[in-house]
Write a new protein. Sequence first.
Length: 253
Amino acid sequence: MIVLSGRRHVYPVKSLPVTVSNYRLTFDMEGLPYWEPGFGVIKCVENDSMAGPEANVVTPKIKENSPLHSEINSSEPDTCIEGAYINSLLHGVAFLITQKEMDHIVNTEGGGGNPNVGYRLIEVACTTYDGKSLQAVTLVSTRQITTAALHPSPRYRNILIEGATEHGLAPEYIQLLEEVEPYEARQFGQRVGKYLVTLIFAPLVVPIIGFSFAAMAFGTKIPLAVTSYQGWITRLVWNAHDWIFAPVFGKGC
């Protein structure tokens, strides 16, 4: 809620923990290697090229007249070897907000509403923990710049855990979030790569961050030229990571 109300000035009048069938949480949205490698995004399991629905989703066994979050089968591994994802039925929070607030989220989220750079809107069917059905709108990303498997940073993972705890998500699902392995530059080469990425690319990334904060502060949409520039920089950084930094200094994701 702090991210919504504090940073984005969005004030939901109601929030409900929900589950979403056929989707799972991954960290495939590219950020900045060595710093914030992967951001959270949901993916449709049925269209996931990594595996079929049966392999990727652990469907909770629901007892009659019991809450939906009572029994999550967490016996399956929550993260894959190649990258991080939550190997379980997707849990999240549905917020009741105004259309103006939703437009503001889209305009200030990654890509500024440009689907070729950031996210696009889709409608998903949700089920509340007490069994009621509702339709919700959420943001997804279909871009894939790098073939590297991505992990979240410790900072980003902790934000997800704090939000899940604050809004009463199932303890079993919070445990899965806690078990996601974050990326940290532990080896000497990775720390050198982290320093060089900062030195080389920070001057190119700072203007994007500035425009993003300005858009959030003034409630305006980030210009298309800026989001296009953001997409170009993201591709440049990850190509440099995949072809130069990772082979020389170690993976930054």
